[in-house]
Design a protein around this ligand. Structure first.
Ligand SMILES: *Cc1c(COP(=O)(O)O)cnc(C)c1O
Length: 358
C-alpha cells in the first residue's frame, strides 16, 4: 500500500524534545507524526498517509462514541547499541490486532500493512526513540468512524498509529507492586471480549482500578466471572506464579484472558532456561494458602508497558497477604533481565524476535 507522506511543518524543536526526555513519564508526550488509513465498505483500505499528529474532527454521531467499536495494540521501539532501532515481535501484534478486529466485527488490516505503517512511523519519528532505559511506545488503533446511530457494525473505520516516548511505567521502578483482588467486579466472561484488545475492556475495569487505588494498591487482579475463584489477570497485564521448587505457572488462555506477547515470550525464555513452566488454573484461596505456607515464593505481572513487575502484596476484602518477603524475587528478576537484554540488543536473539527498522 502506498503512503502519502506529509512531514509536520512545525515539529517540536530539538531543544524542547531533549528537555522533555529528561523526565519521561508514560503516555503524556507524543511525537510529531501519525499514520492514518481509512476503510470504507465497498472500497476497503485506502488513503494511507503519514501526517502531522492532529485531532480528528468527529461528527457527534460517530459510532465509536456510542457503541465503542474500537481496538488497539501496544508495542515498543527500542534504540539498541550502534543506533539500531528495533521492534519486538511486531508480527505478533499484527496478528492479534486482526483477532481483535474479528471479535469486534471490524475489518481486518493486512498484516503487512500494519507492519509497514508502524515501521514507517518509527522511521519518520526516529529522533523520538529514546536511548538507554526509555523506549518509543507505539499505539496502533482502529475505530468506527461512520456517523450513524443504528446498532450494527459501522461501514467506515479509521486505523491510526501514534507514538509516545516513555520511561518506566511504574514510578517506583523495580519495587514490587501491591495488588487488589476485586471480589465485586470482573473483567471478562466466557463468550465476551476478554481475549480482544478493545477499549471497552478497559472502560469496564476502571472502577475496579479505582477501588484498588482506594485500598492503597497499584493494580487490580481479576478473578473469573463464573466462580469468582480462579485468578485471571490484571487490568492490562498477565500474571505468573513461582513456586519453591522453581516451577512456574500462568493461567491458561481460555477466552477470558488477553493473550499477552510478553507472557508468551517469557514462557519461551523460562522453558528454554530449563524452568518447568505450565499453563494451569490457579485458585485465589490456593494462592493465599501457598503464600502463607511458603510453597509460593514469587508472583509477577507482565505486559509491554510495564515489562515485568514483581507482586509483593495482595489485598482483598478479607485482609492481605505477603508473597515471599514482599520484594521482587530472583526468578522474576532473571526473567525480566533475559527479556529486556534481548530487546535492548545486550544478548543475542536466537528466536528472531527483534526486527530492525529500515
Ligand atoms: C495488552 C494487555 C496485556 C499484555 O499484553 P502484551 O502483549 O504482553 O503487552 C495483558 N492483559 C491485557 C488485558 C492487555 O490489554
Amino acid at each position: 500500500m502506498h503512503f502519502d507522506i506529509h512531514p509536520n511543518p512545525a515539529p517540536l524543536p530539538e531543544a524542547d524534545r531533549v528537555e522533555a526526555f529528561k523526565a519521561l513519564g508514560f503516555g503524556t508526550l507524543f511525537t510529531d507524526h501519525m499514520v492514518v488509513i481509512r476503510w470504507t465498505e465497498g472500497r476497503g483500505w485506502h488513503s494511507a498517509q503519514i501526517t502531522a499528529r492532529a485531532p480528528f474532527p468527529l461528527d457527534p454521531a460517530t459510532s465509536v462514541l456510542h457503541y465503542a467499536q474500537e481496538i488497539f495494540e501496544g508495542m515498543k521501539a527500542y534504540r539498541q547499541p550502534g543506533n539500531r532501532i528495533v521492534l519486538f515481535r511486531p508480527d505478533e501484534n499484527a496478528g492479534r490486532f486482526n483477532a481483535s478486529a474479528r471479535r469486534m466485527a471490524m475489518p481486518e488490516l493486512p498484516e503487512e500493512v500494519f507492519l509497514d505503517a508502524v515501521q514507517k512511523l518509527v522511521a519518520q519519528d526516529a529522533v523520538w526513540v529514546p536511548e538507554g532505559e526509555g523506549s518509543l511506545y507505539l499505539r496502533p488503533f482502529m475505530f468506527a468512524s461512520e456517523a450513524f446511530l443504528g446498532v450494527r457494525p459501522a461501514r467506515e473505520y479509521i486505523f491510526c498509529v501514534i507514538a509516545s516516548p516513555v520511561g518506566p511505567y511504574f514510578k517506583g521502578g523495580e519495587k514490587a507492586v501491591t495488588i487488589w483482588a476485586s471480589q465485586a467486579y470482573t473483567r471478562a466472561a466466557t463468550g465476551g471480549t476478554g481475549a480482544a484488545k478493545c477499549g471497552g475492556n478497559y472502560a469496564a475495569s476502571l472502577i475496579a482500578q479505582a477501588e484498588a487505588s482506594a485500598h492503597g494498591c497499584d493494580q487490580v487482579v481479576f478473578l473469573d466471572a463464573a466462580e469468582r475463584r480462579w485468578v485471571e489477570e490484571l487490568g492490562g497485564m498477565n500474571v505468573f506464579f513461582v513456586f519453591k521448587d522453581g516451577s512456574v505457572i500462568t493461567p491458561p488462555l481460555t477466552g477470558t484472558i488477553l493473550p499477552g506477547i510478553t507472557r508468551k515470550s517469557l514462557m519461551q525464555l523460562a522453558s528454554d532456561a530449563g524452568t518447568a513452566i505450565e499453563e494451569r488454573p490457579y485458585a485465589f484461596d490456593q494462592w493465599q494458602a501457598d503464600a502463607a505456607s511458603g510453597h509460593l515464593v514469587e508472583a509477577f505481572a507482565c505486559g509491554t508497558a510495564a515489562v515485568v513487575a514483581g507482586i509483593g502484596k495482595v489485598r482483598h476484602d478479607g485482609g492481605e497477604f505477603l508473597i515471599g518477603d514482599g520484594q521482587t524475587g530472583p526468578v522474576t528478576r532473571r526473567l525480566r533481565e533475559a527479556l529486556v537484554s534481548l530487546q535492548r540488543g545486550q544478548s543475542n536473539d536466537p528466536y528472531g524476535w527483534v526486527r530492525t527498522i529500515g
